[in-house]
Design a protein around this ligand. Structure first.
Ligand SMILES: Cc1cc2nc3c(=O)[nH]c(=O)nc-3n(C[C@H](O)[C@H](O)[C@H](O)COP(=O)(O)OP(=O)(O)OC[C@H]3O[C@@H](n4cnc5c(N)ncnc54)[C@H](O)[C@@H]3O)c2cc1C
Length: 474
């Protein structure tokens, strides 16, 4: 169908999409269909995002082998992006990190890092499609070499076909756990343990809501049943975990709900506890945030179609709220349509209603998934004093509790100032939410009052020499 072109002012508008996962790809395709050529930036070498991550050149494998049931979707998203590229409908900047956003009157300035070279890029409108990251929680031994997140273990497998060990223990609180167990089984590695810290009863209670997406529910049930059939049943309701070893991981100790403790030998552990939105760029752009109780995390405020609280900034996909790849695709298109609409480009009302209905159906499922895998508060409540919370700065739980008792910080940013929590390389991406949990528990305030660490540039580590060598692109 030929769509009417955008008005001249929209054609001159520079739109930058950050993220080439499902949300970024459908946003780019939607803009391109309406005559707008966006710049698409992604720090990865190839498009696809997390779920449809592509192996590097020379390590290609059949899509079915890498993406399993999602092979057809992965092929479609990769094909869509390739078509946009070959028709010059997008300006794609791969391997480019956006490490800062500043606002200047009505425009935005992006700081980029590409091949070690710093550059800046001005934008009139931005679609943030930055996805998510594993939610890490500290447990005894979590800083030992050989301990990874589930996402990192999966990235190694998807991109390089590499396992994190020969005897691997996988621990989680979300659908990534049964999926990764199956991905390991598919490459011939039977995990020595598959532990779920969520209670089984929570999944039973959530069943009605999960049935809103029967195909996804069946996929999860299949993974769980297949793991059990192949001798790697997932143990639910795990109460505590401890990585064992001196200079690297040699084992895992854990306690189950019946009070029994278990110890197994292993040389690799992957553990994470759900996902967290990558929302630092939204923060730097000045977007307001709200606390979402169900997922127990702060999310950038946005309206139904993805407009943030800052004019010209739109947010879609997991970077707005964890919703999964299908939601990300729909939300990317929806945010692009909102952007076009705001600039006066005619868009299909019927399509917008279809997207709206599809996203509403998905939201029932997402809420059920969050109650099936509640935040594992029991792991945080029992963090011992000697445990390192902030890996970059080596700050322990005891030091944080001491700061809270002596200095009475009123929010986690004050706690940071007193303790150096979150001041290192990761800028609090891994530890900030744990600091807030400890503050809420020990200061007796709520988790909302404890707040969230404000994002600081650079949002990811960059070489100092690159930051000094600035090259300005118009
Ligand atoms: C590690 C990991 C593994 C996952 N695996 C699965 C899976 O196997 N199956 C499944 O159903 N779901 C999986 N998920 C969830 C799933 O990836 C998401 O629901 C889905 O991909 C969301 O799509 P998105 O477009 O919102 O974000 P993503 O697909 O995450 O894409 C975001 C993109 O933004 C880029 N980006 C982020 N910040 C910047 C920046 N500052 N500068 C430049 N580029 C940036 C990233 O490189 C990435 O390519 C996984 C999530 C994670 C974190």
């Amino acid at each position: 169908m030929t769509l009417p072109g955008p008005p001249a002012n929209v054609r001159r508008t520079r739109v930058v999409i950050i993220g080439a996962g499902p949300a970024g790809v459908t946003a780019a395709a939607t803009l391109a269909r309406h005559g707008v050529t966006p710049i698409v930036i992604d720090e990865a070498a190839k498009p696809g995002g997390q779920i449809y991550r592509q192996p590097p050149d020379g390590a290609a494998r059949p899509p079915r082998e890498i993406y399993g049931f999602d092979a057809a979707k992965a092929t479609r998203i990769h094909g869509l992006f390739k078509d946009l590229q070959s028709a010059a409908k997008i300006d794609y900047r791969s391997q480019t990190l956006v490490w800062n956003i500043t606002r200047n009157e009505q425009r935005f300035r992006l700081d980029l890092l590409h091949n070690g070279v710093q550059a800046t890029l001005d934008a009139d409108k931005i679609i943030l499609a930055t996805g998510a990251v594993d939610r890490a929680l500290p447990f005894p031994g979590w800083v030992l070499p050989g301990v990874f997140t589930l996402g990192a273990a999966q990235i190694a497998l998807k991109s390089q076909g590499v396992a994190i060990g020969r005897r691997v223990a996988l621990i989680g609180a979300g659908p990534l756990l049964p999926l990764l167990v199956n991905q390991y089984l598919a490459v011939g590695i039977k995990p020595v343990a598959a532990l779920d810290v969520a209670p089984f009863i929570a999944k039973l209670r959530a069943f009605g809501g999960l049935a809103a997406q029967p195909a996804t529910l069946l996929k999860g049930a299949y993974y769980t049943a297949r793991a059990a059939a192949l001798g790697c049943a997932i143990t639910s309701n795990v109460r505590s975990i401890r990585a064992l070893g001196d200079s690297r991981v040699t084992g895992l100790a854990y306690a189950t709900a019946d009070g029994k403790t278990h110890e197994i030998a292993c040389d690799g552990i992957a553990a994470s506890f759900g996902l967290r939105s990558e929302s630092q760029l939204a923060d730097l752009a000045g977007c307001r945030f709200e606390f979402d109780n169900a997922s127990r995390q702060w999310q950038p405020l946005r309206d139904r179609v993805g407009r943030s609280s800052v004019s010209g900034v739109y947010i879609a996909g997991d970077g707005a709220a964890i919703g999964g790849a299908d939601v990300a695709e729909l939300a990317g298109e929806q945010a692009a349509l909102a952007l076009l609409d705001d600039g006066g480009t005619p868009t299909s009302v019927e399509r917008r209603h279809t997207l709206d209905r599809a996203l509403r159906r998905q939201s029932r499922f997402r809420r059920a998934l969050e109650s099936a895998y509640p935040f594992p508060a029991h792991l945080v409540a029992n963090i011992p004093d000697g445990l390192i919370i902030c890996r970059c700065e080596g700050i322990t739980a005891g030091q944080l509790r001491d700061s809270i008792a002596r200095r009475h910080p009123t929010d986690v940013n004050r706690l940071k100032a007193f303790s150096r929590l979150g001041m290192g390389r990761c800028q609090g991406r891994m530890c900030g939410h744990v600091g807030a949990e400890l503050l809420a528990a020990h200061a007796g305030c709520g988790i909302v009052e404890a707040g969230r660490l404000r994002a600081q540039p650079p949002i990811k580590p960059i070489p100092l020499t690159s930051a000094l060598a600035t090259e300005v692109s118009s």
